[in-house]
Design a protein around this ligand. Structure first.
Ligand SMILES: [Zn+2]
Length: 324
């Protein structure tokens, strides 16, 4: 009997060990499986957060840019300033006004603006700025004017009563004449613009200024005496414009005045220097410096795309570096 009992005990022990071994194997298998699943879960969570971060970058970048509403103001790219009676090539700068056209066209075809405005000097035939019309206003010449009817020459600055300083320009941009037309190669966004053009559906403003015979209007926002305001500011505000990019003719006259008033009206203002041509090099330099003192930025056209479409970091880098 003791022998049998010993055998039973031995078998029982063996079974117990086998059972324990089996349990250990199961446990090891379970631990391996758990570690495997755990590492996969970590990987999936990592992928999820990386995707979330990418999604957030993709969605926040346009949102940052959307806080800016960008308008391109194309100032007075008209025949008379290019090849006509007041062409820049006959002015001290000897600039070729036509050179602004491909630069502006390139901007229009590569950058989506929120608003585009084309302005035109649009004078009646008896406009106060015309040298030829001085005899009509000889009775208005101020007694203390350094220039008189007798000695006045084209480009002189005369003083009319009421402290009105006026440069006597050759007659130019008379309403409904070819000289007042925009240059024929300047791209005009209109109903004929192809559907696939990036600015096809951009709101367009057309503004004619200097229409009052008795007061000149260099700026697209105000006349020279700041008596009457044009509709431009209201139109830009209607579209919630925050940033104004100015290009066109002439840097030291209408571009300068328009950019200055744009700064005064609290638009973030940029003059695209290579998309502008002016009357006099010295005046161009001093007017651009003056604009900079009003927080206007003078930039090259190659920077506009980044300023409008770049990320905030890229825009910041442009602002930190020499933006020009
Ligand atoms: Zn004019």
């Amino acid at each position: 009997m003791p022998r049998i009992n010993f055998q039973v005990e031995k078998t029982r022990n063996k079974l117990y060990h086998l059972k324990m071994e089996q349990r250990n194997i199961k446990r090891k298998y379970f631990l391996h499986l758990r570690a495997y699943v755990h590492s996969w879960l970590l990987e999936i969570v990592g992928i999820f957060f990386r995707a979330l971060s990418l999604f957030s970058t993709l969605t926040t970048t346009p949102k940052q840019n959307k806080t800016r509403v960008n308008a391109l103001l194309i100032v007075d790219v008209q025949n008379d300033f290019i090849t006509g009676s007041l062409s820049l090539r006959d002015c001290p700068s000897k600039h070729e006004g036509e050179e602004v056209v491909p630069v502006i066209n390139h901007l229009l075809s590569t950058i989506k603006f929120d608003v585009i405005a084309y302005t035109q000097d649009w004078h009646p035939g008896t406009h106060i700025s015309f040298y030829e019309c001085l005899p009509l206003r000889k009775h208005l010449i101020a007694p203390n004017s350094p220039v008189t009817e007798a000695n006045a020459k084209v480009f002189d600055q005369i003083r009319f009563s009421g402290d009105i300083e006026q440069i006597l320009w050759p007659a130019h941009c008379v309403q409904h004449t070819r000289g007042a037309d925009l240059h024929e190669e300047l791209y005009i966004i209109d109903s004929k613009t192809p559907e696939n053009h990036m600015n096809k559906n951009t709101p367009i403003i057309r503004l004619q200024k200097g229409t009052d015979a008795e007061i000149d209007s260099y700026s697209a926002f105000w006349d020279n005496q700041k008596i009457s305001k044009t509709t431009l500011d209201a139109d830009l505000k209607k579209h919630h414009v925050t940033d104004v990019y100015v290009a066109g003719i002439a840097t030291d006259v209408c571009v300068y005045s328009t950019a200055l008033h744009s700064c005064e009206l609290q638009y973030r203002t940029y003059v695209i220097e290579d998309a502008c041509r002016g009357v006099d090099e010295t005046a161009i330099k001093s007017k651009l410096q003056e604009l900079q003192s009003h927080s206007c930025q003078i930039i090259n056209s190659s920077k506009v795309k980044c300023l409008i479409e770049g990320t905030r970091a890229e825009q910041q880098e442009l602002n930190n570096n020499d933006i020009n």
